[in-house]
Design a protein around this ligand. Structure first.
Ligand SMILES: [Zn+2]
Length: 339
């Protein structure tokens, strides 16, 4: 029954967050916003960008700040011929280890230059953003070949930090696209969902019926091949549920309390999790309630949210499970069931 026509869509994970910087990074970014790159003296060397702890010993690095740059020397580099929208430079560029004047350790940063200009030993200098473009973030600077390769003025001098650094928090935006390729069992499950079918696999050892995109008996750890497949009816019993009160966050579409529950499918020995109940308010959902699957109409089904780690989920192929009105099963038959 292998069907290989369902591949996962690229998954787009995005969320904004704000983080506190701590004393060392606050000092570094506050100085950067004012056009000064700094390091910290740890023992007999200057580490730039500054670290909170001595990378050799883990001891507190202290706060003996030192001015470094704005010029430096490329040590090693890698060329990025096709930047993505998330790269700091929207044209071919290099990521390079640059040892800033006055520092003993390199900073990893972007260099805007042509590929044939890049070489170990190339002198570069930081270009600072100005005015409203300044964020107090590491992308306030980008490096370019230095117009004058002579040493930076003031590099190695002490830097006096304000008692209360101005930049203490940083807004960040996680933006990650990845593709989780379907495993064969997930493809089979996806194909069945698109056809409006549920199936399980009967374990020859323990006789349990395992349901979902899971080719293994989760008790015996043995592989259950296509020969073990059994078609299941779309009816079952609510075995447990959670009422979720939505809190607002970007992307949250729910506004009223809603239920996610596990359904023990008739004929199966494992539940299908994270299911929605339709037709009754959250307050009426009970353990033991009999429900029937309500498929999304053919043509409206999708498996976009199905993933390899999401065994048993019905993704966008199912609208939810509707109470049948039959008498409840005894709740005590389900209370100690974990899966
Ligand atoms: Zn088994």
């Amino acid at each position: 029954m292998t069907d290989t026509s369902y591949d996962m869509e690229p998954f787009h994970l995005q969320f904004p967050f704000t983080r506190s910087l701590g004393s060392t990074m606050s000092t570094f970014f506050s100085a950067l916003a004012e056009g000064q790159i700094i390091g910290v003296r740890i023992g007999d060397r200057v580490v730039a960008p500054p670290m909170e702890y001595d990378p050799e010993t883990g001891a507190d690095a202290g706060s003996e700040w030192v001015k470094v740059g704005p010029k430096g020397t490329v040590g090693t580099w890698t060329w990025v011929p096709e930047p993505t929208r998330l790269h700091p430079v929207q044209e071919p560029f290099a990521f390079a280890f640059i040892t800033l004047d006055g520092a003993d350790t390199p900073i990893l940063h972007a260099v805007k230059a042509s590929e044939d200009q890049l070489a170990a030993g190339l002198r570069v200098e930081a270009q600072f953003k100005t005015g409203d473009d300044v964020n107090g973030r590491i992308d306030d600077i980008v490096f370019v070949p230095a117009s004058d390769p002579s040493p930076s003025e003031g590099a190695g001098e002490a830097y006096t930090a304000p008692a209360e650094p101005e930049v203490q928090m940083m807004d960040a935006f996680c933006d990650l696209v990845y593709v989780d390729n379907f495993a064969p069992a997930t493809r089979e499950w996806a194909a069945a969902l698109m056809q409006g079918r549920l199936f399980g696999r009967r374990c020859p050892k323990c006789d349990r019926m395992i349901i979902g995109a899971n080719p293994m008996c989760s008790v015996d750890g043995i592989f259950l091949g296509d020969g073990a497949v059994v078609e299941l009816e779309g009816t079952g019993v609510v075995s447990n549920f959670t009422v979720i009160t939505p809190t607002p966050y970007p992307g949250q579409k729910e506004t009223e309390p809603f239920v996610r529950c596990s359904i023990m499918i008739d004929g199966a020995d494992a539940v299908i999790g994270q299911q929605e109940i339709v037709g009754v308010p959250a307050s009426e959902v009970r353990v033991g309630m009999r429900v029937a699957i309500e498929w999304a109409p053919e043509g409206e089904r999708n498996v976009d949210d199905l993933g390899n780690g999401n065994h048993g989920a019905t993704a966008g192929a199912v609208r939810g499970w509707r109470p049948t009105g039959e008498p409840d099963e005894p709740a005590e038959n389900y209370v100690e069931r974990m899966m």
